[in-house]
Design a protein. Sequence first.
Length: 282
Amino acid sequence: MTPSPTSIDRVVLPTDSTIPATRSAEYDTYFRISRSDDAHAWSVSALTVVTAITADLPRSTLNNDSRLRLLDALAVVVGDAAAAAAAVAAQERVSAPTAAPTDHLSTGQDDRTPQAPNGAARQAITRWKKGHHLFHLFVISMNSRLSAVLDSLATEQWSDLADQLTELGVLYAGATESMRYASDFSPEIYRDFVRPSMEPPWLEPGFSAVFNRDHDIMLTGVKVVRTALKSAELSGVAADSARKLWKSQAENRRAHQLICQRFVPGGDSLLQEHFDSTGQTN
């Protein structure tokens, strides 16, 4: 049975991947994202998302290669979540009891999605939002590794660098497959239900993925790492891992373009349509 949009559990993401973004709160509300510095809450939420995606994957139209790439990246996220949970448990064993944390899941308006008219629309909006949850989890794991790459370069830890670049490539490929999973429904459902759910009266005009602060931080980090790697003399293994990472990034861009073209052939984004209708320039 496909859950209704209001029954989709929120995903918890760390607050330290934030930048000043004008409408990032609206983005988080629509995609049912909460922010918290509670590592345990993040790890539990991450595993919940992974479980839900894994259970639904056999019902998706993703081919075997896509599923394998997604599962490889899921394994990295599960490892990160397990490590975070273990660190919290170790800290709790040596720390004095503290006051109960505040409810990080409370947010004002709880859902900004119209009532799905049928089962296909319910499945579509569930995949749309859960797939974005998974995309964010991949991005969060990538952000940590991008910082680690710079540390390894500075200390010339070439083996660690190769491992980090390899995992970044796996996560980038997983992010691509999470986009395919999130859009695994017909263009007609996107046109008639999903796209309108991101327009007035449900949201302010001009809703856009550019309000995704985690992704913005990741893109900035990738640029910094690419520049740093160009000026470094990498060993054979690290150089090969770097090439695979950039190949995964290129595939991610191509896949996103194809998804956009499939849903809105030759059309503009909601943000561009808003700019056009108001005479603004982006």
